[in-house]
Design a protein around this ligand. Sequence first.
Ligand SMILES: C[S@@+](CC[C@H](N)C(=O)[O-])C[C@H]1O[C@@H](n2cnc3c(N)ncnc32)[C@H](O)[C@@H]1O
Length: 217
Amino acid sequence: MSEVDLLDRYPRTTRDIAARAAAVLAQREVAQRFAREYFDGDRGQGYGGYRYDGRWVPVAERIRDYYGLRAGDRVLDVGCAKGFLLHDLRHVVRGLCVVGLDISAYALSHAMEDVRGRLVLGSADRLPFADKTFDLVVSINTVHNLDRAECVRALAEMERVGCRHRYVQVDSWLTERQREKFERWQLTARTYSDPDGWRRLFAEAGYTGDYYWTVTE
Ligand SMILES: C[S@@+](CC[C@H](N)C(=O)[O-])C[C@H]1O[C@@H](n2cnc3c(N)ncnc32)[C@H](O)[C@@H]1O
């Protein structure tokens, strides 16, 4: 179990915190449906256009190198959205077997064609896979969208269906200023904490995988 930033090659985006901070409750409710408005609507209620642009390629390479992924290994992405990371993992590790799961029917039906048939509609806290199915289970910026009890179950599920490696990335902060920015920026998170709180939650779930934080700058 290590604290390791596997998104350290993911490009940093500039966030207009002031504009987002004005998000009204109604916009948060829309975002939390994880439908078209969240992915491809305006920036006030989500991504403002979730399109493939290759930015996950260096992350896929980092994950491949860190875990020594090889042809034949099985990887699950929990909260895979449109499958960008899985698409790139397949390109950087030929012969990798990838599976994705997401709660958004919209994202899955707009997923990249080469992975669409490998994606499953479902919730992170009830993974429809047998114990120890995957060599690597990753979940990036997803399990914090569940309420606390569901989030604990989701982490326990990652533990159950994985057999070698696990990596989770969740919203957190390292300074009080970052906490304030996060609370003004975020639309969908239901469970969030400083790193110590997350480590306690990981222990409660029996989660033994690697982890890192998404910090609002
Ligand atoms: C911030 S996006 C992250 C997507 C992708 N992992 C990435 O980093 O670009 C959060 C994703 O979690 C999905 N999600 C939210 N609640 C979920 C749940 N209970 N089970 C599975 N996926 C969920 C959303 O549909 C969305 O695709």
